[in-house]
Design a protein around this ligand. Sequence first.
Ligand code: SAH
Length: 214
Amino acid sequence: MNDYRNERESMVKNQIKARGIKDKRVLQAMKSVPRHLFLPAEARKYAYGDSPIRIGSGQTISQPYIVALMTELLEVHDDHRVLDVGTGSGYQAAILAELAAEVHSIERHTALAERAEETLKNLGYDQVHVHIGDGTKGYPSASPYDRIIVAASAPKVPGPLLNQLADGGRLVLPVGSRFSQHLEIWDREGEDFRKSSSIPVVFVPLIGDQGWEE
Ligand code: SAH
């Protein structure tokens, strides 16, 4: 069976390193996680292409470069506890699991959450816990989190996510209109929150109490 090792190597070299991602742990994680196994069988051959891919329920897995960029911006350490909002295929959660101590991942579509949970379990990612629910409210029972990442776009940063950040914590998410956004990086120091902005992006909408209406 094709393990796509060569495709993964060239994805990291041509799409990720070539565009300026330098963090060695991020590059290693992107080389290690078998992205094709997070996709429906008929889409596996496209897994290492330079684009987002449909994963069912009207959702997409992000382009590899965007996963790498957001993960690099997140600056994950190996003792961190991380919240991943918008589990989708579970791929981003697996990348985080390569870098952190514990990952909580929350998804509003039951079918996607169940499939992602099974994929992650089959690959031995026991440090990832998948939850079903509205991630715009975070996942309070396992908070605070050292890092929070959101893979769907919000009209503005959801307050509950800022509240569930640990002191010294960081949140990375796309914020903007329904059709175009910028990546925002929020850092917490005590009760102070500092925001900076990164590149323009296009994500599927974050739907829920502190997001968009369905
Ligand atoms: N990180 C994913 C990308 C998923 S796309 C991956 O690696 O495959 C964004 C996901 O966010 C979709 O699956 C969508 O259903 C989910 N989503 C949208 N609004 C949400 C909400 N309020 N809470 C949890 N998940 C949400």
